[in-house]
Write a protein that binds this ligand. Structure first.
Ligand code: NDP
Length: 259
């Protein structure tokens, strides 16, 4: 019998777009995790209605967690709540999906834009990795005879983008300059590399994943991929990751993107 994707997972920014579809496909999978923590900064707000409805249908699996990824207090409280709900078990997987984009040319970009986007796209995932590290370690240790890494054991996936690639910048810069976004996601990739090295000893896999250009509020209606297509492909990648993928940037089809 095939084993579950993992026992427990936290998805940040899960009230709409890619995050919501991730939660939907995780819960609908025949190999669904036992516990899905759906992070969301305003659980009772108008933008969280779809997530609330999904949660009502699957209240035994999904727990909505108030989680504003730029608030250290919110992150600390979320980690305590998740720990309590796990009842002594570890957390297997974190998908750092919450992100923002300000499509800024150089002329449109100032300090506020750079710092704002950096805070959400880099500082948030860093603080989450730090606060949830003990729970990830606990999950990894629940597999005492396993030396290999996987998302079913213990992992962090940072949702990145092709636009973060320094190598690929010359071919796509003119279509989407996006200074704050590109720079922040390149920094997120460095965070991925640092964490992958740091957490290797704990058996925790850390990688960056590009979902493709997807029809969401951020991606816009002209994007070639629907959330359904992007996430069903991402799910195959997520379930097939091993230690060779730790510290890498892959796309939704599992192809390597150069830094
Ligand atoms: P959306 O703009 O559609 O959704 C962004 C999500 O992030 C929302 O749920 C939003 O919540 C949440 N969010 C933003 N800031 C915070 C915060 N401080 N705390 C908690 N949640 C927050 O974007 P996508 O779904 O398209 O993007 C998801 C991820 O995928 C992002 O990291 C993005 O960079 C990446 N990506 C997207 C691509 C695309 O084509 N769509 C391409 C490449 C990468 P709220 O409703 O409260 O604002």
């Amino acid at each position: 019998m095939a084993s579950r994707i993992c026992d427990s997972v936290l998805v940040t920014g899960s009230n709409r777009g890619i995050g919501l579809e991730l939660v939907r496909q995780l819960v609908d999978s025949p190999l669904s995790p036992v516990q899905i923590f759906a992070g969301c900064r305003d659980p009772n707000g108008p933008r969280s209605q779809d997530l609330q409805e999904l949660t009502k249908k699957h209240h035994d699996v999904i727990t909505v967690v108030q989680l504003d990824t730029i608030s250290p207090t919110s992150i600390a409280e979320a980690s305590k709540l998740v720990e309590a709900k796990l009842k002594g078990k570890g957390l297997n997987l974190i998908i750092n999906n919450a992100g923002v984009n300000i499509p800024g040319s150089l002329a449109e970009t100032g300090m506020q834009e750079m710092v704002g986007v950096y805070t959400t796209n880099v500082v948030g995932p860093m603080l989450i990795a730090k606060d949830f590290h003990p729970l990830l370690c606990k999950a990894a240790a629940q597999f005492p005879h396993q030396t290999s890494m996987s998302c079913s054991r213990s992992a962090i996936i940072n949702v990145s983008t092709l636009l973060s690639s320094i190598t690929r910048c010359p071919e796509n810069f003119s279509v989407s300059p996006m200074y704050p976004y590109r720079v922040s996601k390149a920094a997120l990739n460095m965070l991925t590399c640092c964490l992958a090295e740091d957490f290797k000893k704990d058996g925790i896999l850390v990688m960056s994943l590009h979902p493709g250009w997807v029809q969401t509020e951020m991606g816009g209606p002209e994007a070639p991929l629907t959330t359904l297509e992007s996430i069903s492909s991402m799910m195959k990648v997520i379930t097939s990751l091993t230690e060779k993928d730790s510290g890498t940037l892959l796309d939704w089809e599992g192809k390597n993107i150069p830094w």
